[in-house]
Write a protein that binds this ligand. Structure first.
Ligand code: CP
Ligand code: NVA
Length: 300
């Protein structure tokens, strides 16, 4: 595996191999076993959007692996003043061993990979968030023991999280249902691909989507870059919330996940969030372990 640009580039086998390595690295870290698999390597981390989890988990991950990470804010890079991504990629390829980038356009990430000569890892675009979903699958498997055959239900905006969850869930053998309002559905090509599996549905009815679910998932109604639409979106997404009525139609013992940050009483009630906080913060922790596995697969 050279890059991680989007989950659809990975085979089911590659996804499972990443999850297996992530489990192993988590076990080793918990037991104080060092694993300097990327000794002497440097990861550049370009951020054009805010981040808590992604930034800290990648930086700690590189440290754990015996390497180092460099935080590069696009505000400070010449890329922020218009230096072409093609030139930036070729320059950074001479200094670094890999780049993690969080930006708006998926095309920018793909372009960086095409023009540079080092591994590129997508740390979130408007289109997808593959690192998050690898951590999500790891967390589901950790709690449920399996992935195949489980029903994953996503409630809310058909955004980057929805797109990656559909691809990751279907590739991992799950059934995926999505509840999104008309006009705010996931990417049309992803939905078409998912429908071919016979294990995907999309509806505007939250209770219908959540019926019999083993895992319920939601994300903010207004993503980074959509701050100006936040008030309008509160009206559009009203009702697209994980709350006790939604939990009541899900399977007994259903998990609740959230990529975070969360807006309590918008996409999820504080009650449901707190009742499932252990799962949600395991999920956040697993960003570290899953990304370390990705770093090793791409950079070793
Ligand atoms: N879930 C996630 O990617 O969090 P950050 O925006 O804090 O990195
Ligand atoms: N959909 C959210 C995910 C944050 C991790 C966003 O893009 O802001």
């Amino acid at each position: 595996m050279k890059h991680l640009l989007k989950l659809s580039d990975l085979s089911e086998k590659e996804i499972i191999e990443i999850l297996n390595l992530a489990d192993q690295l988590k076990f080793e870290k918990k037991n104080g076993i060092e694993h300097h698999l990327l000794k002497g390597k440097t990861l550049g981390m370009i951020f054009e959007k805010s981040s808590t989890r992604t930034r800290v988990s990648f930086e700690v991950g590189m440290y754990d692996l015996g390497g180092s990470a460099l935080f590069l804010s696009s505000k400070d890079l010449q890329i922020g003043r218009g230096e072409p991504v093609e030139d930036t990629a070729r320059v950074l390829s001479r200094y670094l061993d890999g780049i993690m980038i969080r930006t708006f356009e998926q095309a920018e990430v793909e372009n960086l990979a095409a023009c540079g000569s080092i591994p590129i890892i997508n740390g979130l675009t408007d289109y997808c968030h593959p690192c998050q979903v690898l951590a999500d699958l790891m967390t589901i498997r950790e709690h449920k023991g399996i992935l195949k055959g489980l029903k994953l239900c996503y409630v809310g905006d058909g955004n980057n999280m929805a797109n990656s969850l559909i691809v990751g869930g279907i590739k991992a053998g799950m059934t995926v249902s999505v509840a999104c309002p008309e006009g705010y559905r996931p990417d049309a090509d992803i939905m078409k691909w998912a429908a071919e599996s016979g294990r995907f549905t999309c509806t505007d009815n939250v209770l219908e989507a959540a019926d019999g679910a083993d895992v319920l998932y939601t994300d903010v109604w207004a993503s980074m870059g959509q701050e100006g639409e936040a008030e309008e979106r509160k009206k559009i997404f009203k009702g697209y919330q994980i709350n006790s009525s939604v939990m009541a139609v899900a399977n007994q013992g259903a998990m609740v996940l959230h990529c975070l940050p969360a807006h309590r009483e918008e996409e999820i009630t504080a009650e449901v969030f707190e009742a499932h906080a252990d799962e949600i913060f395991d999920e956040a922790e697993n960003r570290l372990h899953a990304q370390k596995a990705v770093l090793v697969k791409c950079m070793k």
